[in-house]
Design a protein around this ligand. Structure first.
Ligand SMILES: [Zn+2]
Length: 351
């Protein structure tokens, strides 16, 4: 069933996917031949592109914000492409700082996990000592691996509003379109302002893409919902893509309320994906923060507080619509995102 709504190119497609998540594990897991590379010793070799994610949690009753940092595995497909589905992976201790720094910088790092399999949320590693980074990737593979987004120009952004049998995001597709692209303190307008009009965002022809996932949000890990949505979304776009991240410069998953844990949002560092817990997708503080991670920005600390510098968007984010009209602090802007721009943040943007 397909429904198009007029105003801002919203696009609704409902697809039933009974058991999609379980099917994915069965079909792509290391125990099958689909995402595995047979090695000469006959052991299936699960391969992942590794990315770094930063998660922020809802403030607790004292207003404290917790964070988490984890590595995600995007399984390498038999074609050499990369699945958009993401599984948490623990990097063994012998994976060194050099490789971790490459991951932080958004450079292609492929991990080989002999005998590895995929559970709903995680990569299962039977033998940590056998895990290694694959060097000498052929150029054809490198081209298919995710790269960091451009920091200038007008980037296309594909928001995916996920509906489940028991839940749907508070904000409609039309409302999300407004708070992402149109309003004065939307992601687009705020990033333009903060980059001196070097960087902005536009929707794709799909507008806010709505995807129905037949897995209840309540009791599910957020990655199970976003992985199922990714698998469906690639069937809904005109382009032939292996993961939905190929259909736009940036992709944003909006998860309906009810998933496990008190998380608010997370973003790939030097990557193209962000994921928001329901209404956090509409708050400019969170939008700028997570897209900031995509642009390679890290947190603005103050003393021992990871998010302590709230003069800029890489500090903590308030859960308030259309607020704050805030940029990045001078250090964050100059070291990462908008080199060559005049100094930002401390000299003239209201909080
Ligand atoms: Zn963060």
């Amino acid at each position: 069933m397909q429904r198009s709504t007029g105003g801002c190119c919203s696009f609704t497609l409902l697809v039933a996917v009974i058991g999609i998540v379980f099917c994915f594990v069965e079909c792509v897991g290391g125990s099958s031949h689909h995402a595995s590379n047979n090695t000469s010793n006959g052991i299936n070799d699960l391969r992942c592109q590794v990315i770094l994610n930063h998660v922020v949690y809802e403030p607790d009753s004292q207003g404290h914000t917790a964070r988490d940092e984890f590595y995600g595995c995007h399984p390498i497909l038999p074609s050499g492409g990369v699945s958009g589905q993401m599984f948490k992976v623990e990097l063994p201790d012998h994976i060194g700082q050099d490789e971790k720094e490459r991951i932080r910088r958004g450079q292609p790092v492929v991990l080989s996990v002999p005998g590895g399999t995929l559970s709903l949320e995680h990569v299962r590693i039977p033998n940590a000592t056998a895990v290694h980074v694959v060097n000498n990737l052929p150029d054809s593979s490198r081209r298919k691996l995710r790269i960091a987004p451009a920091k200038e120009g007008v980037l296309s952004l594909l928001p995916i509003r996920i509906i489940t049998p028991d839940s749907e995001p508070t904000y409609s597709a039309d409302r999300l379109h407004e708070v992402l692209f149109l309003e004065e303190v939307s992601l687009n307008q705020q990033m333009r302002r903060c980059s001196f009009d070097k960087l902005g965002f536009k929707p794709t022809k799909y507008g806010v893409l709505e995807v129905f996932v037949d897995v209840n949000a309540k009791g599910s890990p957020y990655s199970v919902i976003s992985n199922a949505a990714d698998a469906l979304a690639i069937e809904l776009v005109d382009e032939v893509v292996e993961n939905i991240r190929e259909a736009a410069d940036l992709v944003m998953f909006i998860i309906p309320p009810g998933t496990n844990g008190g998380w608010a949002a997370y973003g790939n560092v030097n990557g193209v994906g962000t994921t928001f817990n329901n209404r956090w997708a509409a708050y400019p503080g969170a939008q700028m923060h997570e897209i900031g991670h995509n642009l390679g920005l890290f947190h603005a600390k103050d003393g021992g507080n990871e998010y302590g510098d709230t003069t800029g968007s890489m500090g903590s984010a308030p859960d308030i619509p259309n607020y704050p009209k805030r940029c990045f602090n001078g250090h964050v802007s100059c070291t990462a995102a908008f080199e060559g721009s005049p100094a930002l943040g401390l000299q003239g943007f209201p909080l």
